[in-house]
Write a protein that binds this ligand. Structure first.
Ligand SMILES: [Zn+2]
Length: 130
């Protein structure tokens, strides 16, 4: 696929190592910590996360169809949320998206220590445990 095609689809820029949407934090992929110098609009981020986090819950649009509008992950007694508000992805706790993902992965890593299913899910995704 050409770069132009990728832009027209609005997605397609992925981390070459773990294939997550390209979201760098301090120059490395927030998911797997491989060096990453490009960044993607997080259009497919919630789909990506819900496919990989066994305990994630999502809401979709009308009649529970269509694109995901909200993702909620309860882990380690904390609730992390990401929700589309028009074209903005709002996260709770309210920090930068990459910082929120780093927090999410830290919580999941903690949970994975005592939960074999979670551990398998994290490792299968190619994410770096914290
Ligand atoms: Zn990666």
């Amino acid at each position: 696929m050409s770069a132009l095609d990728a832009r027209q689809r609005g997605s397609g820029v992925c981390c070459a190592v773990c294939a997550a949407p390209a979201l760098p934090l301090d120059g490395v992929c927030v998911f797997c910590h491989a060096p990453l110098d490009k960044e993607e609009e997080p259009i497919e981020l919630l789909d990506y996360l819900v496919e990989r986090i066994p305990s994630a819950k999502v809401r979709r649009g009308h009649l529970n169809r269509g694109p995901i509008t909200e993702l909620v992950v309860e882990v380690g007694g904390r609730t992390l949320r990401a929700r589309w508000n028009k074209d903005n992805l709002e996260v709770h706790p309210p920090v930068l998206l990459t910082a929120w993902l780093d927090l999410l992965l830290t919580r999941l890593s903690d949970a994975a220590a005592g939960d074999a299913n979670m551990r398998r899910a994290v490792l299968r995704s190619g994410w770096a445990l914290r």
